[in-house]
Design a protein around this ligand. Sequence first.
Ligand SMILES: *Cc1c(COP(=O)(O)O)cnc(C)c1O
Length: 233
Amino acid sequence: MSEDRRREVAANLAAVRSRIAAACAAAGRDPGGVTLVAVTKTFPAADVRLLVELGVRDIGENRDQEFRPKVDACADLEVTWHFVGQLQRNKARSVASYVDVVHSVDRSALVDALSRGAVAAGRELVCLVEVALDHEPGRGGVPPGEAAAVADAVAAADGLRLGGVMAVAPLGTDPAVAFAQLARIADAVRARHPDASMISAGMSGDLEAAITHGATHVRVGTALLGGRPPVLR
Ligand SMILES: *Cc1c(COP(=O)(O)O)cnc(C)c1O
């Protein structure tokens, strides 16, 4: 690990932490109520190690193929691992074997697959219901009206614990409006499942709006590690 990279990431982390603190102060919230999940996709395991050395305890990734080797490479570290991307059913068993929190549960077929994987691995997975706040097909998330049903399915499934809800603000809209809607959905889920208190919302560009509207987990990549090359699939 070069000293330059260490200095760069340390400075980025300090800047993100102060943004979180300022947003919490403005909202009258305790900064201890907001967990920073560092999203390390496309960056090497050495950057995960560096973030952990700098005090980050929560790491997120969005693809099983990339995530699993990084978890193996960092097996000696105390980390809570978060899966934040769209999850295919045929990857659920693999993901359930090493991840701690899945932010992107958006259909009952996935609930069943994750449940079977968690039970087979003898683990408990915290699951968040991803809500689609726009109406673009193909992007992840359940329509707002179906969030409660998927939440009920998670809560009833062996090996899974309902953590709460997650969303990505739709492109080209005011994130504050989207996160206010997510907060109402989170309230409705919590009315049925009082322990489901997690709200995963906010990324590099909109974490302040998310914190204003109650985010307990912000998922930050670019502001910590720099720009990613475009993804080719
Ligand atoms: C990549 C990613 C992030 C981080 O986005 P940045 O804009 O780089 O902070 C957050 N959430 C999800 C679901 C992601 O895929």
